[in-house]
Design a protein around this ligand. Structure first.
Ligand SMILES: C[S@@+](CC[C@H](N)C(=O)[O-])C[C@H]1O[C@@H](n2cnc3c(N)ncnc32)[C@H](O)[C@@H]1O
Length: 312
């Protein structure tokens, strides 16, 4: 399926005014984390962040379909010995703006190395806040299932009688469980903690997220042919992933230099897709040649007379 990918330069609040209401199926983005990257792409002071963001999220709300999702990857910094509260304030303000705060996913940065400060340890996780416009929204839970690994086997070895038969929990909550049910399965649903390394290639952007992050949400909250928006697109990670998954996408960035990087990334992705397609076509042609070749004369005379039947 041919996908459409567009990079637009400008403030997302202005650019989005040109889009029709309920245009996008999914918004997935990582905005400036207040003024953390002041020296690269500027920023907004934490005290003004909520007001600044709400002007933009009003547009996000307008252009998102009723069944759509808005995923916001963000993390507040620590300053003067304590955490800022602007993200918490933003969540409350977004609810007042009409969003449902449906879920909070935690991105656990698997490859963080240890570190300590006088009053805390290494920050190894970020929020991925999930907002929707209504309770019923598009969610493809099967698309992000994870391999069971050897969890079930290991757990089974230590099965007690309570595990084998369905039983109500010992605290009397009324919930039953049956671990044995899991033994035949190869895949399970993930939790709301997403374990991913921070690896994001050499992107020429100081705050690029890893491809696996938008990939997970794009698979979960959109279908092929849907429209994905990243209003703070940076180096274009979301666009590359959207294209590879057969989704259409629009990316917006304030800075022309990042738009150029995003455009190049998408062009690269396009080139890669063409190469993959060419390799696939070549493989297909080889198979087809094999299927349609003349009867093999090296076969015994009986077999050589009849063309071999090959499964389609
Ligand atoms: C955290 S970075 C996004 C990085 C991106 N996820 C990636 O993988 O490269 C935030 C981006 O938002 C852009 N930005 C800041 N204010 C903006 C605005 N008002 N409208 C659009 N983009 C903006 C910055 O230039 C920056 O590239």
């Amino acid at each position: 399926m041919a996908t459409k990918i567009k990079v637009e330069q400008g403030d997302c609040v202005e650019v989005l005014r040109n889009y029709l209401p309920e245009y996008f199926d999914l918004i997935v983005t990582s905005p400036p984390y207040a003024d953390r990257r002041q020296h690269t792409y500027g920023g907004v002071k934490p005290e003004h962040y909520v007001e600044w963001f709400l002007e933009r999220s009003a547009e996000f709300h307008r252009v998102l379909k009723p069944t759509g999702s808005f995923v916001l990857n963000i993390k507040e910094k620590a300053e003067n010995g304590e955490r800022h509260t602007y993200v918490l304030e933003l969540i409350l303000a977004l609810r007042k703006q009409g969003w449902l705060w449906t879920e909070e996913y935690i991105w656990h940065k698997r490859n963080c190395y240890p570190g300590k400060w006088p009053n805390r340890f290494r920050d190894a996780w970020e929020r991925c806040l999930h907002f929707t416009k209504q309770r019923k929204f598009k969610m493809n839970q099967e698309a992000v299932m994870v391999p069971m690994g050897d969890w079930a086997d290991a757990r089974l070895k230590s099965l007690g009688k309570n595990d084998v038969v369905r039983f109500d929990s010992q605290v009397g909550s009324g919930f039953g469980k049956n671990i044995a049910n899991w033994t035949q399965r190869t895949q399970a649903y993930p939790t709301n903690v997403i374990h991913m390394a921070t690896e994001c290639g050499n992107k020429n952007h100081s705050a690029a997220f890893p491809q696996a992050l938008p990939e997970w949400f794009i698979k979960l909250f959109s279908d092929e042919g849907d429209w994905v928006l990243d209003p703070f697109v940076g180096s274009g990670t979301t666009l590359e992933v959207a294209r590879s998954l057969g989704r259409n996408a629009v990316g917006i960035d304030l800075l022309p230099e990042y738009c150029a990087i995003a455009e190049a990334a998408v062009a690269d992705a396009q080139y890669q897709l063409l190469e993959e397609r060419a390799a696939y076509d070549k493989r297909e042609k080889k198979t087809s040649d094999r299927i349609h070749r003349k009867p093999d004369t090296k076969l015994p005379p009986e077999a050589a007379r009849k063309p071999r039947r090959v499964k389609a």
